[in-house]
Design a protein around this ligand. Structure first.
Ligand code: PNS
Length: 175
């Protein structure tokens, strides 16, 4: 949280998610949010019930490395508990989420409505995914990488390398 620790003021949006791992679709949402807001706080859900490929700390570190060049405006933190509490904690009142297709809408609308019920002061904004990213999800990335496929078009370089290391580690443990 470097920039606001120094007292920077301005508009702040929270981009929450599991980010297991960060994809090109996520990167696009962050970059486009930076056109609208001064600071983007990426909130990585630290969910003990979800069997994740990367630990919350690994996910935070990968995202930090990806946005190293704009670290004054992109902050990364893990959170547990309610999203609305995290949003208040980082002094924001706006959540941004990407929408890839109509099939995302039901889930996203439900979350936005629950969050509004929990805290009517928090708004949710949706950014429509770019066409070239509309097929990408973290689940697809994990599956393709696990099966040895090329994920170079789907994730940033830092993530591609981390996936390679992760699956090498796993196959050496298994053998
Ligand atoms: O990348 P994901 O897994 O689709 O992100 C989902 C996320 C993290 C945004 C959502 O699960 C969440 O906000 N979890 C925190 C718990 C919460 O606030 N739940 C109430 C809203 S449904």
């Amino acid at each position: 949280m470097a920039s606001r620790a120094k007292g920077t003021k301005g508009s702040i949006v929270v981009f929450p998610g599991s980010f297991d791992p960060l994809t090109n679709g996520h990167v696009d949402v962050v970059e486009r949010s930076l056109e609208i807001f001064d600071t983007v706080v990426i909130g990585v859900l630290d969910n003990v019930n979800k069997s994740a490929l990367f630990s919350p700390q690994e996910r935070v570190e990968l995202i930090q490395r990806q946005f190293q060049r704009c670290r004054e405006r992109v902050e990364v933190a893990s959170f547990s508990g309610l999203l609305v509490d995290f949003v208040r904690k980082v002094k924001s009142r706006v959540v941004v989420r990407g929408l890839r297709a109509i099939s995302d809408f039901d889930y996203e609308a439900q979350m936005a409505l629950v969050n509004r019920r929990l805290n009517p002061g928090i708004e949710t904004l949706f950014l429509m995914a770019r066409e070239e990213n509309s097929y990408i999800s973290s689940t697809v990335v994990r599956q393709v990488a696990l099966l040895g496929g090329d994920v170079g078009q789907m994730v940033p370089k830092v993530v591609e390398e981390a996936l390679r290391r992760k699956f090498l580690q796993r196959s050496s443990k298994a053998s």
